[in-house]
Design a protein around this ligand. Structure first.
Ligand code: CDP
Length: 220
């Protein structure tokens, strides 16, 4: 079973995807890390983010085993990732890696921007996680603060709005809701409530598709 979780920055999709993967006994891929790692590799080699040849080489050189996820999560790398992610050649270079991950025996949970629309249109479960920009900015501010970054709420809100616009308006694989995705608005939900709602969506889809899970889906 493939579970596709898409949504804008700081919507909570990463946390939901991680927990769903754990409860379903499936591997999880945070595809944002691929774009973050591509941007990191370019900057580490003194290359410009707009250097398409270097960006494609960096994307092709990625291996899923060598991520330092914590080092990639900062604010600066989120912005840089969204710049390289708008380059069609970079996206194309990362398609096979993501599809191979999704096609593991038993399936996988992937989260990102275009999983349900481009990478795995065949996914049995598609959830589009969203929340108001203000709620997402508050969550991101808390997250960055916990990682020791200096935070300014107004700047983070501006980052989120800028990234939303860039992700939604790019020509290739823009952020949009797949026609068969269920929208989960977490603006008024805490993480437990959001997780329960996501589990409910998965269970309903499993029943509709006649798929049985090897795990109990009830939260522990
Ligand atoms: O956690 P957050 O949503 O802030 O960031 P992320 O998921 O790590 O993604 C960082 C950037 O990578 C996004 O703003 C997108 O531009 C890009 N991205 C993408 O284009 N497609 C994906 N499947 C995942 C991320």
């Amino acid at each position: 079973m493939i579970v596709a979780i898409d949504g804008p920055a700081a919507s909570g999709k990463g946390t939901l995807a991680r927990r769903l993967a754990q409860d379903l006994g499936l591997p999880h891929l945070d595809t944002g890390l691929l774009y973050r790692a591509t941007a990191r590799a370019l900057l580490d080699h003194g290359q410009n983010l707009s250097n398409v040849t270097a960006a494609v080489a960096a994307a092709r050189g990625l291996s899923l085993t060598d991520f330092d996820a914590m080092a990639l999560r900062g604010r600066e790398m989120g912005e840089a990732a969204s710049i390289v992610a708008a380059v069609p050649e970079v996206r194309a270079a990362l398609v096979d890696l993501q599809r191979e991950f999704a096609k593991r025996p038993g399936g996988a949970v992937l989260d990102g921007r275009d999983i349900g629309t481009v990478i795995c249109p065949e996914a049995q479960v598609k959830i589009f996680v969203t929340a108001s920009p203000e709620t997402r900015a508050s969550r991101r501010a808390l997250e960055l603060k916990a990682q020791g970054e200096a935070v300014d709420y107004a700047e983070i809100l501006e980052d989120i709005r800028r990234r939303d616009a860039r992700d939604a308006n790019r020509a290739t694989a823009p952020l949009r809701t797949a026609e068969d995705a269920v929208v989960l608005d977490t603006t008024k939900l805490d993480i437990e409530a959001a997780y329960k709602a996501a589990l409910g969506i998965v269970e309903k889809r499993l029943i509709e598709a006649g798929i049985s899970s090897s795990r109990s889906l009830r939260p522990m």
